[in-house]
Ligand binder design. Structure first.
Ligand SMILES: [Zn+2]
Length: 286
């Protein structure tokens, strides 16, 4: 039986007006389509097979009709990929570039800025890495200049007191655990976004293309002198990039370039040698 408007879901407490469908179980118990979807998803994860059901996506209905631009740092790749999957499971059309080496040239940056211009919601995967990333900064500043709705989603620990002004819009969502509570919260937040605003006239200028991180790294590695701290920082960054399979060839060349230096400390040289061996193993596997 479908409930009347003043009744609310016994699980998420939203009223019949705020959900697609509210089902009455008995005199006092109701459940909404989102909570049914969540139950199915949990059953799915636990390996239960539900006869006649295809996937839990169909329970959420159309949460957001428009496109979402997902801005992120490649260093948060795994969290971002599961966020993107969750958005897809909510039937949200999400665009994220396969951000790898920032070496796609001008066309790559034009494609990104075009997608920001045409998106209906700009989601920023908030992490210490994305806050430090130059391309991410250019992206959210551009989205803000275009008066886009910006939704920061916390994927890693960040002190939110120091958020840049552009990201202090609307509310931010905690998605570090990706728990069912956070999942429902995300659905509710996307459903209840403020109305979109028209693009400003005149349009803001397209931001300059970010400096290629690889060429920047080459510049740092080929400096005449590198302190022990700087050597460690470079090594740590190269190790971090290991998570990006598409960058393996470049990291390999950069690691070799670094190993050619005569001023490496023993610790750094050892770490780089290990990194080179790891890269070898990865290359052999692929
Ligand atoms: Zn509910």
């Amino acid at each position: 039986m479908v409930a009347k408007s003043m009744e609310s879901c016994s699980f998420c407490k939203r009223s019949a007006n705020d959900v697609l469908l509210l089902i009455q179980a008995d005199a006092l118990i109701y459940i909404c389509n989102d909570c049914v979807g969540l139950c199915v998803r949990l059953l799915d994860e636990k390996g239960y097979v539900i006869p006649g059901y295809i996937n839990s996506n169909s329970f959420y209905g159309k949460i957001f009709s428009g496109t979402i631009f997902l801005s992120y740092s490649s260093q948060n790749r795994s969290q971002v990929l599961s966020l993107a999957t969750d958005l897809q499971n909510m039937n949200c059309e999400t665009w994220l570039d396969q951000r790898l080496a920032y070496q796609g040239g001008t066309n790559w940056w034009v494609a990104i800025t075009e997608h920001i211009k045409s998106c209906d919601l700009f989601i920023f995967a908030l992490s210490p890495q994305s806050l430090k990333s130059q391309p991410c900064t250019l992206e959210y500043r551009y989205a803000s200049a275009l008066k886009k709705r910006i939704l920061p989603i916390l994927v890693s620990d960040v002190d939110i007191r120091y958020l840049p002004l552009e990201l202090q819009t609307i509310q931010f969502i905690d998605y570090r655990q990706q728990s069912k509570h956070e999942f429902m919260n995300l659905i509710m937040c996307i459903r209840n976004l403020p109305d979109p605003q028209p693009l400003p006239n005149p349009l803001p200028l397209i931001p300059e293309i970010p400096i290629d991180v690889i060429s920047l790294m080459i510049q740092r590695i080929t400096l005449k002198e590198i302190s022990h701290e700087a050597q460690k920082a470079i090594t740590r960054e190269l190790e971090d990039w290991l998570e990006i399979p598409e960058r393996i060839t470049e990291i390999y060349s950069l690691t070799e370039l670094m190993l050619k230096r005569s001023d490496l400390t023993i610790i750094v040289a050892e770490r780089l040698t290990r990194l080179k061996a790891d890269l070898h193993t990865i290359q052999d596997k692929s």
